[in-house]
Design a protein around this ligand. Structure first.
Ligand code: PLP
Length: 481
């Protein structure tokens, strides 16, 4: 039944389907959201009163009031006592939303495509689900939830997370093994501090990898950072043993940045190293949510909870801006980690933690992941197809999980860094942003020029156009004779 209202603002067509599957309130909310996002209801435009709209649509006034309250909570509408409910200023479509400054600057520099890595699609951030979870939290949380909480995190979240990680990542942990923190970055800082307090003098890291970040954190804690080479099977455990390091930071699910998955034998060797030397394994279980054409590989922590500290984050699965992550650690490290977290900030924001717990518990987190995984899988296919079409002889690796690939460029006569730089500069001149592997190395750069091509925040059409625009830069020259 299509109904038009004619209130104080302009008329707007709203269709309420009484025979359909969706509830009446859901239909009304969704249509108002869509109208606001599409600009059909402009900022500051007054909405009809709840009484007026209810009468026009044949709905109860309470239902319309609830709908307005929900959209206010989500930031679509505003209201002041004694004046009409209005469309809030600054609402943007989740898919057309403004990107952060860095990305918009990148877009200006790279109008065809920017293959930046490390960022999920910010347009796919679950705005509505998060608004639902925050609103539910505000409605149902007891007053005590507004106080300082436990520094190690709100118990309700730790309980839900422990069971979620057990189910999805084969992590062996109960709520008391978890510390909630501000993303992987704070997690690693706290872990480095706790390891230093436990007498660890050096932390090994993967090379290529996050060397600059690790070195920064270890320097602050007064311990050494030691690079250990990564090969086609992942971290070279023999080299780790020779390094004498007391702990190692690894990305087994999808090595950053090569995209290699740590093989079964290497996992076993790493755990054997830990058991033999007492070395601590710090696992960044990063990108594990996004795997495509291989069987799921559980976390290392699940194999050896006594040897492994596992770090997780919602930065890729939901959005980096939420700054929520966790540490799963053996009990012996808990007091130092809890003290570090207290010292840093007295605990992560409690209401956000409850909202994350609500998302996980309600199944919305899983549903969101299924949705975005399908989109990233489609982008990955687009990238593979575009490379196949435009640069068929190029070697591509690292695509088992996550949202970046490694392109192995034809070696030039110059060193790898110079070859990468030349391709990056030529691509930039054509409006395509590319990023090289050489600068991810801490030790001597091997003579293999490679590009890290991110597709998390790059649309399918941009992927296609970007690869087409740089095809000749990627193709190895045909050998004569
Ligand atoms: C290897 C790796 N792990 C995890 C993250 C996520 O960090 P955070 O949770 O602090 O946002 C990043 C961010 O770029 C990363 O490069």
């Amino acid at each position: 039944m299509p109904v038009e209202w004619a209130g104080s603002g302009p008329g707007l067509l709203v269709t309420i389907d009484r025979g359909g599957g969706a509830g009446l309130r859901t239909q009304l909310e969704e249509q108002l959201r869509t109208a606001i996002r599409a600009g059909r209801l402009a900022a500051n435009e007054p909405l009809p009163s709840s009484r007026e709209l209810a009468r026009a649509l044949g709905l109860s006034r309470g239902l319309v009031q609830d709908c307005y309250a929900q959209l206010q909570a989500e930031g679509y509408l505003t209201s002041r006592p004694g004046s009409a409910t209005r469309v809030a200023a600054g609402v943007v479509s989740p898919h057309e939303g403004p990107a952060p400054e860095k990305s918009s600057a990148e877009r200006v520099r790279h109008p065809v495509a920017d293959f930046q890595h490390g960022v999920p699609d910010l347009g796919l951030a679950p705005r509505e689900e998060w608004a639902w979870a925050v609103q539910k939290t505000l409605r149902t949380a007891p007053n005590a939830a507004f106080d300082y909480g436990e520094a190690v995190g709100v118990r309700a979240l730790r309980e839900v997370l422990a069971s979620y990680l057990g189910r999805v990542r084969a992590v062996a942990a109960g709520p008391d093994d978890l510390i909630v923190c501000a993303g992987m970055q704070q997690a690693l800082g706290l872990v480095v501090g706790a390891l230093a307090a436990a007498g660890v003098r050096s932390l090994a890291f993967e090379d290529p990898g996050s060397g600059a970040n690790v070195t920064d954190l270890t320097a602050a804690a007064g311990i050494a950072a030691v690079p250990v080479t990564v090969d086609e099977s992942g971290l070279d455990v023999g080299a780790l043993a020779r390094s004498g390091a007391g702990a190692v930071f690894v990305t087994p699910a999808h090595q950053w940045p090569t995209g290699v998955v740590l093989t079964g034998p290497r996992r076993q060797a790493l755990i054997a190293w830990s058991r033999a030397t007492g070395g601590v394994i710090v696992e960044d279980d990063y990108d594990a949510e996004f795997r495509y054409d291989r069987d799921p590989v559980g976390s290392l922590q699940g194999l050896a909870p006594d040897c492994v500290i596992s770090l997780g984050t919602v930065s890729k699965s939901l959005a980096p801006a939420l700054r929520l992550g966790w540490i799963v650690a053996p009990p012996r490290l808990h007091p130092a980690l809890a003290r570090g977290k207290w010292r840093a900030d007295r605990g992560s924001p409690g209401l956000d933690q409850l909202a994350l717990a609500a998302l996980l518990e309600s199944g919305r987190y899983d549903r969101h992941l299924r949705r975005v995984r399908a989109e990233y899988a489609a982008r990955r296919e687009t990238l593979i197809a575009a490379l196949h079409r435009h640069a068929p002889r190029l070697a591509v690796t690292g695509l088992a999980a996550g949202f970046h690939a490694i392109l192995h460029l034809p070696p030039g006569t110059d060193d790898a860094a110079a070859v990468e730089r030349a391709v990056i500069e030529a691509a930039a001149a054509r409006g395509v942003g590319l990023y090289g592997m050489a600068k991810m190395h801490a030790q001597a750069v091997p003579p293999k020029p490679r590009l890290i091509v991110g597709f998390g925040n790059t649309s399918r059409s941009a992927i296609e156009a970007g690869i087409e625009a740089i095809a000749d830069l990627l193709n190895p020259p045909l050998r004569r004779g």
